[in-house]
Ligand binder design. Structure first.
Ligand SMILES: [Zn+2]
Length: 165
């Protein structure tokens, strides 16, 4: 739930499928342009996600707090390093649906496809691989237990746990 909370704000970007499929039609849909960084990137959606976590989680307080943290970590990542392909900063209307006043931006924001994001992504993947080898599970377990077992097995076969400690 904590991991999913870190990506769930971008559900509002799924409108890109409809937008691209209808871009040359008579009635193009602009769901990505209109709703990305709007519907899922705000306090109201954070409360919805945290409430769902609180209902579902067995360790209610711990998981709910971590869900709120990871959700906001996503917003922070967008704020500092997700400038759009057209140069738009994609302001984050953080207080929606309670207020339209706060639109968060940062003047130092870098573009999504620039080197800081490559460096951070590479480092985090390396850490995930090291942790997967050591702990015996990887982020793949979110999608497939079988794939997770295969990847961890391959990592441990190539880099035995006892050999690297
Ligand atoms: Zn986002």
């Amino acid at each position: 739930m904590v991991t999913w909370a870190s990506v769930v704000p971008d559900l509002d970007g799924l409108g890109i499928v409809a937008e691209r499929l209808t871009q040359n039609s008579r009635h193009p849909l602009t769901w990505w342009s209109d709703y990305h960084h709007v519907l899922g990137h705000n306090l109201g959606f954070a409360i919805v996600v945290a409430t769902l976590a609180a209902i579902i989680a067995k360790q209610r307080t711990k998981v709910t707090l971590l869900v709120l943290f990871s959700f906001h970590l996503h917003l922070l990542g967008d704020l500092i390093g997700a400038r759009g392909p057209d140069g738009d900063q994609w302001p984050i209307p953080y207080l929606l649906p309670f207020s339209k006043q706060a639109e968060l931006t940062w003047t130092g924001q870098w573009a999504l496809n620039t080197w800081p994001n490559v460096v951070v992504t590479t480092l985090l993947i390396a850490i995930a691989v090291l942790l997967a080898r050591r702990r015996g599970y990887s982020p793949l377990e979110l999608f497939s237990a079988k794939a997770d077992v295969a990847v961890v097995g391959a990592l441990r076969a190539r880099f035995p746990v006892s050999a690297i400690k």
